[in-house]
Design a protein around this ligand. Structure first.
Ligand SMILES: CC(C)(COP(=O)(O)OP(=O)(O)OC[C@H]1O[C@@H](n2cnc3c(N)ncnc32)[C@H](O)[C@@H]1OP(=O)(O)O)[C@@H](O)C(=O)NCCC(=O)NCCS
Length: 239
């Protein structure tokens, strides 16, 4: 992790987080701001990645959660303390010292329990992994992903597979997941065209070029496939 990366902690998003989390996702996936990061889908799609109603549904669904990595920004507010006249009758200078702590959301990730078919094994799907573009490349994405995997191991202890859908042409992103222990399971799917209108996503290439591959990982493998877990990280997890 770069020395400029702040300490951070993790928590589960609530409905109140939607106005913060939604722009974070959009800024990471497409549009000009996303180009500040090292990987983006801005050359493949424009518009929204997701709509607020879908985010709300994911937060309230008992089988899914949006996880957040957060840090705190300390801002000093000057406050004038009550002045007590001195013996000499002069006023002491005002004392400034109220510290306000504000939470900053750095990254998010969705995890959800799915059953692929009647009688079939349950799996966990992971999606919406996004790090604020200006904060990318400092280890936050790696830590967010490792935390999401840990969360799933604890919350759904009987499920050992986690998977995700990634646009097949995003080679640099797939390579990043492979370094985190994910492998293609051989499945490929067309981009779900029915979701485009609902979310407000505008494809910039023919839909065939947005083909999705499924990457999968066995959750019984050790956490943090790269073994680079940062010891400065503070975890405050609530399930
Ligand atoms: C994918 C994403 C979550 C990673 O987050 P991050 O905080 O940048 O990730 P980290 O800092 O942990 O890792 C950065 C990695 O990028 C690599 N990297 C940096 N610049 C790169 C470049 N130009 N090309 C390829 N890899 C690059 C680094 O080597 C490092 O990999 P390593 O840890 O295996 O050595 C983040 O880039 C993001 O939000 N992207 C936009 C949204 C998105 O595409 N999400 C995934 C959808 S499936």
């Amino acid at each position: 992790m770069s020395p400029t990366t702040p300490n951070f902690s993790f928590r589960v998003a609530t409905l109140e987080d939607i106005p913060i989390v939604h722009p974070l996702i959009e800024s990471a996936y497409s549009g000009d701001e996303s180009r500040l990061g090292w990987t983006t889908a801005a050359h493949l799609m424009a518009g929204n990645r997701i709509d607020e109603a879908s985010l709300l549904a994911k937060i309230t669904d008992p089988n899914s959660a949006i996880l957040l990595a957060t840090t705190t920004a300390k801002t000093s507010n000057t406050s004038v303390t009550e002045r007590t006249p001195t013996a000499a009758g002069t006023q002491p200078p005002p004392v400034a010292t109220q510290q306000k702590t504000d939470e900053v959301v750095l990254a998010c990730c969705e995890v959800a329990l799915c059953r692929e078919g009647e009688g079939e094994a349950k799996t966990i799907s992971l999606g919406l992994l996004a790090v604020s573009p200006r904060r990318q490349g400092g280890g936050i994405g790696r830590a967010m992903l490792a935390h999401a995997e840990d969360y799933c191991r604890r919350r759904w202890a009987d499920v050992d597979r986690i998977n995700m859908h990634v646009v097949a042409s995003r080679a640099e992103l797939i390579a990043w997941y492979v370094r985190r222990g994910y492998r293609s399971n051989g499945e490929e799917h067309p981009f779900p065209a029915e979701e485009l209108e609902r979310s407000g996503t505008v494809p910039l290439v023919p839909l065939e070029e947005l083909r999705l591959v499924v990457l999968e990982k066995d959750l019984t493998e050790c956490a943090g496939a790269d073994g680079k877990r940062d010891s400065r990280q503070v975890e405050r997890v609530s399930l």
